[in-house]
Design a protein around this ligand. Structure first.
Ligand SMILES: [Zn+2]
Length: 110
């Protein structure tokens, strides 16, 4: 619970303090393999600020030693522990290429 508030604050703090009062909505991009789900972050930011938050989910991309490159097979998420493997050979020794980041994409002011 507290971790996602920290993540939400980090996003909020990317906007200069003097401008935060004028924000109407923001758009964030949340990777499928990020520590927090798009829904958790949206809720936390909205609770902290009252801004409208639009979320774009980013599909993951992993690289496996079997040669597979593509979307991770997500098995389970418990809190911010995410378990995923290669959908082709089921190996857990995969390297995430895309999908771990949370980014502020757009700020709409009044
Ligand atoms: Zn594989």
């Amino acid at each position: 619970m507290h971790h996602e508030i920290t993540a939400a604050r980090k996003i909020i703090e990317e906007i200069p303090e003097k401008d935060r009062g004028q924000v109407e909505s923001i758009e964030i991009e949340v990777g499928e393999l990020a520590e927090f789900t798009a829904e958790e972050l949206k809720q936390s930011i909205e609770d902290l600020t009252g801004w409208k938050v639009e979320v774009k989910k980013v599909i993951s991309e992993i690289q496996c030693s079997c040669g597979f490159i593509g979307q991770a097979n997500i098995l389970n998420r418990q809190g911010h522990i995410l378990i995923y493997n290669c959908p082709k050979c089921k190996s857990f020794a995969v390297r995430p290429l895309v999908g771990q980041d949370i980014k502020l994409k757009r700020v709409v002011s009044y």
